[in-house]
Design a protein around this ligand. Structure first.
Ligand SMILES: Cc1ncc(C[n+]2csc(CCOP(=O)(O)OP(=O)(O)O)c2C)c(N)n1
Length: 618
């Protein structure tokens, strides 16, 4: 046991209590759990007292599961964005409580500023960040590898491979955080977060919050203090390395000596399936690496192969140790791994025989382009935007679907909250003859749309902002936010008012328009772009799925009246389908009664008034 420069105690010969052990389990209570549920459980068992998150697939359910535990145990909340979520957790850690912050990989870009300072400060109560990556880009704007952040911030990055480990690693992360005075990352991926398996659960540890510890030298990151903390980080990293050398997180499975596989996370499970007899060194943390055990392992086998999803982080680190290793020569650096990908890689490496009778089933699914839901209130906003022949900076949310056919109404989409500043930049460039419009959802506006709106006003640009207020965070499954008036636990709470915020940002022209009143939408949008300066239209209608599935009167097309002009088809509504009846060589349209929610947008577009409510059966 030794003392670091700032007085925190670091024990490099840790022998954690059984309660924090990753192998000795505590009960015969076994339940099927999704990885995300298991991580929430692990945090709860660790005695977490404060949790904060901003939703983002595949991480969203973690905070939802955590909020299902009693409030007396854990105060769980949605935050307005990931930096706020991390700062809330940091504040709780300062106050001596164990704290958790959860986000998807791109969320860490937003929160990284705080992480990069907090790593210098360290922790009081254990501070854990669960960050979920999305290899294969199932539902994200990129495929970044969070492990690079761990390296940058010099913090440990625990990588569970299944739901059981997801629970145990999360639980242990709090202990590591406190023992080494560091924030700890737990990295998940879509596959782990959303796969269910049996998990043995334990009890909650009763951890008494220690209270705030006054220590300005440690807690206040001004240059003079940061300068002394940086060397401490390097020292801490060495101690963590020693810990992972001896930790049960690092598992050496002895097997065939011809090939040794270094692997981690879900790749481990695939390797076990494809190459069950191999010698395996399974890493529990991708940073810092236990170099001694890796070199010992490498000497025990003839050939060393690194199997890791996304970036060759472990591989490069091993190569930099002067150890011969192969990896990305055989396994892709992009996309999600699967047992098939591992098998292919091992075949290319000559480790597995090429399968002669490989079952080659061509499963090319029918392409079904993603569409906005029937009755989605975003539809009319983009119809109105299209009528203006504008340059449109889009943002991230369900409404990004307006980029594809038939609406095709968005020219750019960068990252959450970017649209307004991108529109400002376009206006500043002075090259655009079309009106410039930014479209942004309600949750995204609160997340990171307010500073760019202030910026647009301050810098006096001529843009229109369409704030698509559907009263929820629809894209990630309908989470509440600061303007819904409900908390994560579903309790009533303060509700921020968009019109007031927009006014307070200095915008002189603000209108609220009913998204289901097409004529009014067209008119209001036109007036907005004619205004010189920053104008804002708040398109207002709740999402049709959340919080309750809206179901109005089903509509029907009077086939004898329909002249197949197909104007309604421009909505891209999935309830509008081709009829077998023809008019002048063109298909008429009919409405799928099962999915129509009766928004009546199509009826407003119909030039022959052929669409009306389905007569009620008596
Ligand atoms: C930095 C970041 N955090 C989280 C996400 C996940 N995400 C994508 S869109 C979105 C919010 C969408 O809500 P809103 O703006 O209200 O639009 P809606 O989907 O309701 O139309 C979220 C949380 C992300 N892509 N990037």
């Amino acid at each position: 046991m030794d003392k670091d420069s700032e007085g925190s105690t670091i024990d490099t010969t840790l022998n954690f209590e059984a309660a924090d052990s990753v192998t000795s389990r505590r009960s015969d209570d076994v339940r099927p759990m999704m990885g995300n549920e298991a991580m929430a459980r692990g945090a709860w068992e660790a005695g977490v007292q404060v949790g904060a998150a901003y939703p983002g697939t595949p991480s969203t359910e973690i905070m939802e599961f955590l909020s299902a535990y009693p409030e007396a145990d854990v105060r769980a909340q949605w935050a307005t964005n990931e930096k706020v979520a991390l700062d809330v957790a940091i504040g709780a850690s300062f106050a001596g409580a164990r704290a958790l912050s959860v986000m998807k990989h791109v969320g860490l870009n937003v929160a990284s500023d705080s992480l990069m300072s907090q790593t210098y400060i360290g922790v009081n109560g254990g501070l854990v960040l669960i960050v979920c990556d999305d290899p294969g880009i199932h539902s994200s704007q990129n495929e970044q590898d969070t492990r690079l952040y761990a390296r940058l911030a010099m913090v440990p990055c625990l990588e569970p491979s299944d739901a059981q480990e997801a629970l145990e690693f999360t639980r242990l992360a709090f202990t590591i955080s406190e023992e080494f005075d560091t924030p700890v990352l737990v990295r998940s991926t879509t596959r782990l977060s959303h796969t269910r398996s049996l998990v043995e659960v334990g009890e909650r540890s009763d951890i008494e919050p220690t209270g705030f510890k006054e220590n300005p030298h440690k807690n206040v990151m001004i240059p003079s203090n940061a300068r002394t903390q940086h060397p401490r980080l390097i020292e801490r990293e060495e101690k963590l390395k020693t810990y992972f050398e001896n930790s049960e997180l690092t598992k050496w499975e002895k097997g065939d000596k011809d090939v040794g596989i270094v692997t981690l996370s879900t790749s481990y499970v695939y390797v076990k399936e494809v190459l069950p007899d191999a010698s395996i060194l399974k890493l529990g943390s991708s940073w810092p690496l236990p170099s001694n055990i890796i070199s010992e392992f490498s000497r025990s086998v003839k050939r060393l192969i690194v199997v890791e999803e996304l970036e060759p982080i472990v591989e490069r680190e091993i190569l930099s140790m002067g150890i011969k290793a192969e990896g990305k020569a055989f396994f892709p650096r992009v996309g999600e791994f699967s047992p098939e990908v591992i098998r292919d890689g091992l075949e290319t490496a000559g480790i597995l025989q090429k399968q002669k009778n490989k079952l080659n089933i061509d499963i090319t699914p029918t392409v079904r382009p993603p569409v906005l839901c029937a009755g989605c209130p975003h539809t009319s906003s983009y119809m109105a935007v299209k009528s203006l022949d504008a340059r449109v900076a889009g943002d991230i949310g369900c409404y990004t679907l307006a980029a594809v056919e038939p609406l095709q109404a968005i020219d750019t989409c960068v990252a959450m909250g970017s649209s307004i500043a991108v529109a400002t930049g376009m206006a500043k460039a002075g090259t655009e003859t079309k009106p410039i419009i930014a479209t942004i959802g309600d949750s995204t506006f609160l997340h990171s749309g307010i500073p760019p709106l202030i910026d647009a006003v301050y810098n006096d640009v001529n843009i229109t902002v369409i704030l698509l207020d559907n009263h929820t965070t629809a894209m990630t499954g309908g989470q509440d936010h600061a303007a819904t008036g409900r908390s994560l636990r579903g309790d009533e709470t303060h509700r921020v008012d968009f019109e007031q915020i927009v006014n307070a940002c200095g915008v002189d022209w603000v209108r609220i328009a009913d998204s289901y009143d097409l004529a009014n939408m067209y008119q209001t949008f036109r007036e907005a772009v004619e205004f010189k300066g920053v104008s804002v239209v708040i398109s207002d209608r709740p999402c049709v799925l959340d919080p309750v599935k809206i179901r109005g009167e089903t509509l029907v097309v009077n086939q004898s009246n329909c002249v197949a002009c197909q104007a309604c088809m421009n909505l891209g509504c999935p309830s509008l389908v081709w009829s077998d009846e023809m008019y002048d060589g063109h298909h008429k349209v009919k409405i799928d009664a099962e999915t129509c929610i009766g928004c009546a947008l199509c009826a407003q577009l119909c030039c022959t008034d052929s669409i009306s409510a389905l007569p009620k059966s008596k």
